[in-house]
Structure formats: structure tokens, C-alpha cells
Design a protein around this ligand. Sequence first.
Ligand code: SF4
Length: 107
Amino acid sequence: MRKCSFCVQRIDDGKQPACVVKCPTRALTYYPDWESAPVMPAYGRKERLHMVYALEDDASRYTLPDPVPLNTVRSGQLWKWLVGLIPGAIALAWLWNRVAPEEGQDD
Ligand code: SF4
């Protein structure tokens, strides 16, 4: 598969998307319009998990952690980003000290 086209050619022919038909575990359901799609709780959306699951039943039935664990990757990435800033700030300060004219030194 190169890029999902939502199987528009199949949908135009009144068929379901190929992945929905071919999925061995029947994990995919195709709803032709939003109105017919049931509103299911999205496990992990509020916690900003990388995978969000639309659940028909309690999370425990799917052996998913209940309550939903927090996204520790995200806060870890924030710290990595902040720590990464430090060498940059030091390099800039060093460079500034090298190029900035000393006080009282006129051209
Ligand atoms: S089969 Fe599924 S993933 Fe592939 S193009 Fe069709 S809708 Fe997209």
C-alpha cells in the first residue's frame, strides 16, 4: 500500500474498503456516514497516548490498563528538549563573549 485512498473506488461501487473486508480479526468497521457510527469512548485520547482505541466495552475486557496510564514519553521528551537547550545556551554565551566588543573598547 502506498497511501490510503479510503478505497473511494470501492465505496463508489457500494463496497466496503478492502482492509475492512480482509481484516482477519474483524477489527475494522466501515460506517458510510457519521450518523450511523456509534459514539464509542476513545481510550487514551485524553491522556494523549500514541494509540487511541475505540472501545465497545470496558477497558478491562480488552486487558488494557484501567485507569489509562499517563503518557510518560511526552513528559520525558519535554525534559530531553530542555536538557538539549543547555549546551546550545552555553555555546551561544561563549560565542557572544568571543564576538561582543569589550565595554569601553571604541572602534
Ligand atoms: S484498503 Fe484500507 S488502508 Fe488500504 S486504501 Fe483501502 S481504506 Fe485505505
